[in-house]
Design a protein around this ligand. Structure first.
Ligand code: AMP
Length: 117
């Protein structure tokens, strides 16, 4: 899949579209999902452009993808999710329901999410 720099997350990262930011650093921005699937639903967006989703990743991406996971755990902790737990989700393609072609990590918490996996 070719990366489209006009995708909605790229535009959010450029501040062309408003979002509710709960965390940001040089590499990542975490925003509240506009249609939350759980009481806490946050998306960690890498500023890194060009990767539409997990199937686009290459070995060279491993260091920043690893940091993205660690940032997600920090954000989850700051949101008070450590005690009851949370889910980190990365979607690829139609069957997963991916809608935005810019790699991102969902943080879902605040209710039981049993089943599926
Ligand atoms: P995915 O299905 O993995 O591609 O997830 C994309 C997510 O982005 C969905 O959960 C949407 O609700 C969310 N989303 C779409 N547009 C926005 C937006 N403008 N601000 C925040 N979240 C959004």
């Amino acid at each position: 899949m070719a990366y489209d720099p006009e995708n909605i997350f790229a535009r959010i990262l450029r501040d062309e579209i408003p979002s509710t930011r709960v965390y940001e650093d040089d590499e990542f921005v975490a925003i509240r999902d506009v249609a939350p699937a759980a009481p806490t639903h946050i998306l960690v967006l890498p500023r890194h452009e060009g990767v539409t989703g997990p199937a686009d990743l290459e070995q060279a991406d491993a260091p920043w993808v690893g940091r993205m996971v660690v940032v997600a755990t920090q954000v989850a902790r700051e949101q008070g999710l450590d005690a009851d737990g949370y889910r980190l989700v990365m979607n690829w393609g139609r069957d997963a329901g991916q809608t935005v072609p810019h790699l991102h990590l969902h943080i879902l918490g605040g209710r039981p999410m049993l089943g599926l996996a």
